[in-house]
Design a protein around this ligand. Sequence first.
Ligand SMILES: N[C@@H](CCC(=O)N[C@@H](CS)C(=O)NCC(=O)O)C(=O)O
Length: 208
Amino acid sequence: MAKPKLFVMPQTRSGTVLWMNEELGGVCDIELVNLKAGEHKSEKYLAINPMGKVPALVHDGVAVTEAAAICATLADAFPDRGLAPAQKDPNRGAYYRWMFFAPSCIEPMMLDKLGDHKRENDAAAGHGTEKSVLASINHAISGKDFILGDTFSAADVVFGSTLNFATMFGAIEKSGAIADYVDRITARPAFAKMMEANTNFAADLNLS
Ligand SMILES: N[C@@H](CCC(=O)N[C@@H](CS)C(=O)NCC(=O)O)C(=O)O
């Protein structure tokens, strides 16, 4: 079986899928897409992701975009690594819940906050309010090490990566259970390997 291929740009949301790749032991081939050189808008890349965005995955001839979907796909492709609950495990629902919550609620809330964007009708916004998103984040992680309790999973890669960005950019305060969780997941050896790979890829592309 050909290795899955990740299309990434260092210092972007690609960090999430590069971290996932490291948690799996480096199962993917990596192709750099230089956003600065406009490679994400090339005909070749738009055939993979018409959004013209990274990251993307091609596995067994199928293109997958969206960092969360890529992490879920990779976790299922390598079940022996134990990064996703089995199909019939009741925890599978919680795993999906928080994996989807990160891009659909935390991320838009973060962008609203950083862009000082006010909405007229909070009830119609799928990502709720800053207050409800923060309450949900605390509900997801308080009193346990990881999203699923004692077991680290791909949901922590997605949820944790989003929270790490949100606290780094100042959209969410890094304190209490959120600080403990972010510190815990970013202390993982695979996270450090991803950071090192990011630095090397940035040097390959002559980024400062
Ligand atoms: N919803 C996508 C977002 C991907 C995204 O916005 N990627 C940015 C880099 S962080 C990008 O490729 N921007 C280039 C552009 O839009 O021109 C995901 O979760 O993967």
